[in-house]
Design a protein around this ligand. Structure first.
Ligand SMILES: CC(C)(COP(=O)(O)OP(=O)(O)OC[C@H]1O[C@@H](n2cnc3c(N)ncnc32)[C@H](O)[C@@H]1OP(=O)(O)O)[C@@H](O)C(=O)NCCC(=O)NCCS
Length: 171
């Protein structure tokens, strides 16, 4: 398996992976829409390629925390992550997350936010975001909204509400 940044020719397969994994067509559309946003970073849209087939995809997209003092702090959002049903339970998501976090670090990002299963993702270092008084705009249960520091104490004093671009809210 090879984990690598997307190329132009991967785009239709990435849409399909997201649609099939989530079982709904709006997830592929979300990735397509985010790709048109000037903040999209192709190096942080990674694919898992197996025998020339795109089996999985992960996207990291920069969002902001509206801090309590009304300043903003940039944080990377991890979403979506998807693996084709026939390739699931082989550790592909785990590899995508590990490689993706390394790529975020290489590009200088100091923290990541994620809405996901509270029992599974702590193994990658994610902790409930309310530890730092970071809250989500969707009103999900706190323990599902998680954050990870890629630099020591990156989120100290970063309490506030995470603001997602409109593309996330349209799906
Ligand atoms: C979630 C998903 C990406 C996991 O992909 P995967 O490649 O099968 O995951 P891995 O093989 O790395 O991890 C496997 C293990 O972690 C567990 N796991 C992985 N993701 C999980 C999740 N979101 N919730 C609960 N358990 C999870 C699996 O149960 C499995 O446990 P096992 O080893 O005891 O069988 C895949 O199932 C998928 O695409 N689902 C639909 C999209 C989705 O829900 N994405 C996550 C939110 S954005």
């Amino acid at each position: 398996m090879k984990i690598r940044p997307e190329t132009l020719s991967d785009c239709p397969a990435i849409t399909e992976v997201n649609n099939l994994a989530f079982g709904q067509p709006n997830k592929g559309k979300l990735v397509e829409n985010l790709r048109k946003n000037p903040k999209f970073i192709p190096e942080l849209s990674l694919v898992a390629e197996i025998d020339w087939k795109i089996a999985g995809h992960i996207l990291f997209f920069p969002v902001v925390i509206k801090l309590e003092n009304s300043e903003e702090k940039e944080i990377m959002s991890l979403a979506p992550v998807a693996v084709l049903p026939e390739f699931q339970r082989q550790g592909i998501e785990g590899e995508l997350i590990r490689e993706g976090l390394k790529a975020c670090q290489r590009l200088g990002y100091d923290s990541v936010i994620f809405l996901g299963h509270p029992e599974y993702y702590p193994k990658f270092g994610f902790k409930p975001a309310n530890k730092w008084r970071i809250t989500d705009p969707f009103g999900v249960p706190n323990e599902a909204f998680m954050a990870l520091e890629l630099k020591v104490e990156a989120l100290e004093g970063a309490g506030g509400v995470v603001e997602y671009p409109g593309e996330f809210l349209e799906v």
